[in-house]
Design a protein around this ligand. Structure first.
Ligand SMILES: C[S@@+](CC[C@H](N)C(=O)[O-])C[C@H]1O[C@@H](n2cnc3c(N)ncnc32)[C@H](O)[C@@H]1O
Length: 253
């Protein structure tokens, strides 16, 4: 109903199947990385990018490659490079290097620290980020709200079960949070406003948004150096400390 009403009003709405079009649109002539490439899709978006004319394609995941990925790789005589690694880990970022287009779908809400994950994506992104993630509806009067799913009391956890929308299993929501499932768990329900603020503070400008009631697709460009906190050396740190003390601006919060 939501989709029907929004489309009738001429609004652009997102859907999972649109991702292949976005990949084709942005991949040609660019290097490309598909972060979180494997579960249920076996690297399909990476292969689409290669077919669309990407200059070099990297597919990254914390498991795999699956037999389906390897069979398709052979069938296509593909040059897609698979990296087994956690994208939030510095050594994985080094192995990926900087690429023109970063594609990351279905990963952000699986990470306990989505901001860190976005900063990691920013570090490897030269031109475009295509980001799709599950979200929750805005909370009236509470912009930038988010829900941390692990350890919610049962009735509050059931509220976020999307079975009626066709999502068969949400680890950590369908059943209680299971620490051993790691990134398989759903960690964060971000509202679209919260997602946008995270994306922007991680160093991206949002160029286009394709909303859905429980998901958002954003196309972004990197705009400034990703957030980092510079640690001063010991001499500078002492002089900062002296300046703060003499200005008497440090009061316990
Ligand atoms: C829900 S699936 C999405 C698969 C595909 N991108 C899609 O949109 O259909 C999430 C994928 O991200 C991978 N993943 C989760 N956290 C990751 C991380 N920190 N680094 C790399 N891959 C990760 C999972 O193993 C899984 O294959």
């Amino acid at each position: 109903m939501w989709r029907y009403l929004h489309t009738r009003r001429g609004r652009k709405v997102g859907e999972y199947r649109r991702l292949a079009d976005l990949v084709r649109q942005h991949a040609r002539g660019n290097s490309f990385a598909d972060v979180g490439c494997m579960w249920g899709v076996n690297g399909e978006h990476a292969f689409i990018a290669e077919e669309a004319g990407a200059t070099a394609v990297t597919a990254v995941d914390v498991f795999g490659p699956t037999p389906e990925f390897e069979a398709e790789h052979t069938r296509r005589t593909s040059t897609v490079r698979f990296i087994l690694g956690d994208v939030a880990a510095p050594d994985t970022l080094d192995r990926i290097g900087v690429v023109d287009v970063v594609f990351c779908a279905g990963v952000l809400y699986h990470h306990p620290s989505p901001y860190d994950l976005l900063v990691a994506l920013r570090r490897i992104c030269a031109k475009t980020l295509i980001l799709r993630t599950s979200t929750i509806p805005e909370v009236d009067g509470l912009p930038n709200a988010a829900v941390y799913f692990p350890l919610l009391p049962d009735p509050a956890r059931h509220l976020w079960n999307l079975r009626s929308l066709g999502v068969k299993w949400q680890a950590g929501i369908t059943a209680p949070f299971e620490p051993r499932d790691g990134y398989g768990n759903w960690f964060w329900g971000l509202t679209p406003s919260c997602l946008r603020s995270l994306v922007e503070t991680a160093g991206f400008r949002v160029e286009a948004t394709e909303p859905e009631p429980f998901a958002q697709t954003l196309v972004c460009t990197p705009v400034s150096v990703a957030f980092s906190h510079r640690l001063p050396d010991e001499v500078e740190a002492r002089s900062m400390a002296a300046a703060i003390s003499s200005a008497a601006i440090a009061t316990p919060a």
